[in-house]
Design a protein around this ligand. Structure first.
Ligand SMILES: NC(=O)C1=CN([C@@H]2O[C@H](COP(=O)(O)OP(=O)(O)OC[C@H]3O[C@@H](n4cnc5c(N)ncnc54)[C@H](OP(=O)(O)O)[C@@H]3O)[C@@H](O)[C@H]2O)C=CC1
Ligand SMILES: CC(=O)N[C@@H](CCC(=O)OP(=O)(O)O)C(=O)O
Length: 344
């Protein structure tokens, strides 16, 4: 059994990790931390876990964490980097769901996250945990940087087009919408039902911190640096991301875009390319570790439109983290992740 610890078990991604790991056949969760809820039984706070998780929240104690095989950090940005260097020295392998180890350049990190990185020497060692690109490196990694939610949907949508070299990398536009759970569980006026319900708005148009992450991931697939306009929006729903992606074809000749997408993802257990003409719905991936994608070419013109949906808490966070753990531990990648989306 893999001995697992979770730092930050009371946040939305931490609870989602608990939900997924509670029925994982090869995992024993032996420690879940919360400073605010230390001593409280997990199942008393989250009744969906009654009968599955018989643990109480504890303070994040480094000695207990060192007794785990894998530690997940489901903590705010800038938290994991404080304790990961010491934890790695004990031989524990780490999966960080936050952004601390996603960007390779510490200057870029400081620019977007507004704090100095405390262990920039680990940034090159950390493997970006997008299995559809980095599976081999993830298997050998001691430190995995789990991608951001928007970054997952946007990259999975653009990857086949850039790899095939058929679109102008300077023409990329990502219009992405997220449910409110993307902002986490902490109290915030802007996330109240009265503020978000029956309303819809863009935010972060001047620059969102997933922009450098997406560009860093897509640049190696392109012969010239990509130029991306990324606009996130907040939707009055709880879970889900819908990314509508645009790119301009180099040549307006007939290309089988459907075939390109189907071939790229034919062996991927967690990317589902829909038949031509379909429109994916966020509810089809709610609770599931899946990215559903459709590719369109409106009016046969030279603009490709890709639609990609994920559950921000599953393929956008906890599910992808478990997928990475399976790969790191040599388990079949789908172990514990054969989840069907919740309709309606
Ligand atoms: N929500 C989403 O859809 C996604 C989130 N992420 C990222 O995952 C991480 C967690 O997100 P989310 O679950 O939404 O966050 P929440 O704000 O909902 O939860 C944060 C958790 O971290 C704990 N925590 C906070 N500060 C510290 C600290 N200094 N040391 C130890 N534990 C701490 C909190 O418990 P306590 O304070 O009691 O210790 C709480 O359990 C974030 O970095 C987020 O950006 C990534 C992808 C998607
Ligand atoms: C709706 C909403 O607020 N979403 C979050 C994205 C959450 C996420 O994945 O961001 P991390 O990079 O911090 O992990 C945001 O835009 O900040």
């Amino acid at each position: 059994m893999i001995k697992v610890g979770i730092v930050g078990g009371t946040g939305y991604t931490g609870v989602e990790l608990l939900r997924l790991l509670a029925t994982h056949p090869d995992v024993r969760v032996q420690m879940v931390t919360s400073r605010g809820e230390a001593g409280v039984k997990v199942a008393d706070m989250f009744p969906n876990l009654r009968g599955f998780v018989d643990l109480a929240f504890t303070e994040p104690n480094p000695e207990q964490l060192a007794n785990c095989d894998i530690v997940f950090f489901a903590t705010p940005n800038g938290t994991a980097m404080q304790s990961v260097p010491d934890l790695l020295k004990t031989g524990v392998r780490v999966i960080d769901l936050a952004a601390d180890f996603r960007l390779k350049n510490p200057v870029t990190w400081e620019q977007w996250y507004k704090v100095k990185h405390v262990c920039p020497e680990l940034l090159n060692d950390a493997v970006y945990g997008l299995p559809e690109v980095n599976r081999t490196a993830i298997a050998a990694a001691r430190l995995v940087a789990n991608p951001g939610c928007y970054a997952t949907a946007v990259q999975l949508g653009f990857i086949p087009l850039l790899e095939a070299g058929i679109v102008d990398p300077k023409s990329l536009i990502a219009d992405a919408k997220s449910g409110v759970s993307g902002a986490g569980r902490k109290a915030e006026v802007g996330m109240l039902m009265g503020e978000t319900g029956e309303s819809f708005k863009a935010y972060g148009v001047a620059g969102h911190r997933h922009l450098p992450e997406i560009v860093q991931g897509l640049n190696p697939l392109s012969h010239v640096p990509v130029q991306l306009t990324f606009v996130p929006h907040l939707l009055p729903m709880i879970r889900g991301i819908h990314a509508t992606l645009y790119a301009t074809l180099y040549e307006n000749n007939v290309l089988d875009l459907q075939h390109i997408f189907e071939q790229r993802y034919k062996d991927e257990p967690f990317v589902d390319v829909l038949p031509a003409g379909f429109h994916p719905e966020t509810r089809s991936v709610r609770g599931a570790n899946m990215c559903r994608i459709a590719v369109h070419r409106p009016q046969g013109g030279n603009v490709v439109v890709v639609l990609a949906v994920i559950d921000n808490l599953v393929k956008g966070a906890a599910g992808q983290a478990v997928q990475n753990m399976n790969i790191m531990c040599g388990l079949p990648e789908s172990t514990g992740l054969k989840l069907v989306g919740l309709l309606p």
